[in-house]
Write a protein that binds this ligand. Structure first.
Ligand code: SIN
Length: 190
């Protein structure tokens, strides 16, 4: 699959004709909502776990020194907490561009804190995309993040803002917390 997923995402017609669509965010979409939305609610999706396994060549790194950002890995029984946004379909032009480095729109059930649920969309970068980096230890991931920066700023800021946003949501993510711990230790040594 090519690195740029805009064209593939634009062919996704599942919600055509809908006046609004729920979008589930689990990474930068939690802490950087640079798009208009009708409503925003803490939410979760089941069967997926958040992992810093996606390379970032365009936002938080460069082609020669990619950063690491989150994607979702399938895991039976797992629940990934994040933020859901109700948006108009027009917002997907901007969102597809923003998530173009390997992320594909996927239809999924989004569950709200009150137990109700709705079908919506999530952007997922699977192991088939060219920017995928895959698993590494939390320490190695933190080391890579500490040294990467791209047009959207330091990779460390992405990690620290995500960790803070999850704390504010009252949700603990062991993978994110462990990488944050190593990153802060590297920064303290530097
Ligand atoms: C998301 O936040 O839902 C997708 C990954 C990212 O943009 O960081």
């Amino acid at each position: 699959m090519s690195l740029n997923t805009v064209a593939i995402n634009q062919r996704m017609d599942k919600f055509d004709g809908h006046a609004s669509v729920w979008l589930f965010g689990y990474g930068s979409l939690i802490f950087k909502a640079d798009f208009p939305f009708i409503e925003r609610r803490p939410a979760s999706i089941a069967g997926w776990t958040r992992r810093f396994w996606q390379g970032s060549h365009d936002h938080r790194g460069t082609a020669s020194a990619p950063g690491r950002v989150v994607t979702l890995a399938p895991e039976p029984g797992a629940v990934c907490h994040g933020m859901a946004y109700l948006v108009t379909p027009e917002e997907f032009a901007h969102l597809d561009y923003r998530e173009k480095n390997g992320y594909l729109r996927l239809a999924t059930d989004i569950r709200f804190e009150d137990g109700s649920s709705v079908e919506g969309l999530v952007y997922i970068a699977t192991h088939e995309n060219a920017a995928y980096l895959g698993p590494a230890s939390e320490r190695d991931i933190a080391r890579q993040i500490a040294g990467a920066r791209g047009p959207s700023g330091p990779n460390s800021k992405y990690l620290l803002e995500l960790a803070k946003a999850l704390r504010e949501l009252g949700k603990f993510d062991a993978h994110v917390a462990e990488i944050e711990k190593h990153l802060l230790a590297f920064q303290a040594e530097a």
